[in-house]
Ligand binder design. Structure first.
Ligand code: GUN
Length: 286
């Protein structure tokens, strides 16, 4: 079998064009320009790239993009003060503090401080709790992107067995909850580093989602022929190139459909951040 490639880049372009149209209309009809503030603390090279990508995408969608870059020795109090200011800023509908933060900063109180109405990154425990009780506000961007990719690829999640590998707060845990919401109706196994015989567990899946951050984690023998494989991994190979968690070349011959890295989940993460910012602006000011 040769897997169908699920093209996240093409889908992202399509969704971003629709978001840009919605922004144009919101401006023309209500005089509202959605605004996103992205906060970067320190010099982490990958974070710089991600924040730069978010900034460009936000501007291309016609939104206001405010990038706040702080030195790596910024204090907890100063960062919390900045979040307070952004919470009070009428032009800003969405706030994102890029992770990881430098060692001396504690991300939890920062995330708790972000106004739930502006929590477009969905990392505030209130936002996570609303999802956990089945009444979500904002959906975390990467898992939200995974759902959009599955829909786009025509993958029916109702009644399907989805095995998610990786229990992070950014991806695995929220995705496991989203997939069990009414309307999604998947049966979910959330596997992690202590899961016994990961291969046997993955072979029972209709859909495998790899979200650990380890090159070569999912090999062809771990996937049932015809299953759908979603690769959330973003690792740097020895040659410096971006690679996922999945043996893409091997899995192409086994899976029914698969997302590539790059060009799969990544472009959708940024896209869903724009979608959340649009929704935040509508809810706050529409
Ligand atoms: N670092 C890696 N992914 C993310 C994300 O989705 N949001 C934030 N804030 N930081 C990240």
């Amino acid at each position: 079998m040769t897997a169908r490639i699920i093209d996240g880049k093409a889908l992202a372009q399509q969704v971003r064009a629709r978001i840009a149209d919605d922004v144009t209309r919101l401006k023309a009809e209500h005089g509202i320009q959605p605004g996103l503030a992205a906060v970067l603390v320190g010099e982490d090279p990958a974070s710089k790239v991600y924040v730069g990508m978010k900034h460009r995408a936000t501007e291309e969608a016609g939104m206001l993009s405010r990038q706040v870059v702080l030195p790596s020795d910024t204090s907890q109090a100063d960062l919390e003060g900045l979040v307070d200011d952004l919470n009070a800023d009428e032009q800003i509908d969405g706030i994102l503090v890029q992770l990881p933060l430098p060692e001396h900063l504690d991300p939890q109180p920062i995330q708790e401080l972000i106004d739930p109405g502006k929590d477009v990154d969905a990392l505030n425990p209130y936002t996570a709790g609303r999802l956990a009780v089945g009444d979500p506000t904002f959906l975390s961007c990467t898992p939200y992107g995974v759902l959009e990719l599955l829909d786009h690829a025509g993958v029916e999640t109702a009644g399907s067995h989805v095995v998610i590998v990786g229990r992070s707060n950014l991806v695995g845990r929220p995705l496991s909850v989203m997939l069990t919401l009414k309307g999604r109706d998947a049966t979910v196994t959330l596997a992690h580093s202590r899961t016994r015989d990961l291969g046997a567990v993955c072979r029972t899946a209709d859909v495998v989602v790899a979200a650990v951050g380890r090159i070569g984690l999912i090999t062809p023998d771990m996937v049932r022929p015809g299953a759908v494989v979603i690769d959330v991994g973003t690792n740097r190979g020895e040659d410096g190139k971006l690679v996922g968690d999945v043996d893409f070349e091997g899995l192409r011959e086994v899976a029914g459909a698969i997302t590539p890295v790059p060009g799969g989940v990544g472009p959708m993460t940024v896209t869903m951040l724009l979608q959340n910012t649009l929704e935040a602006a509508r809810a706050r000011r529409g």
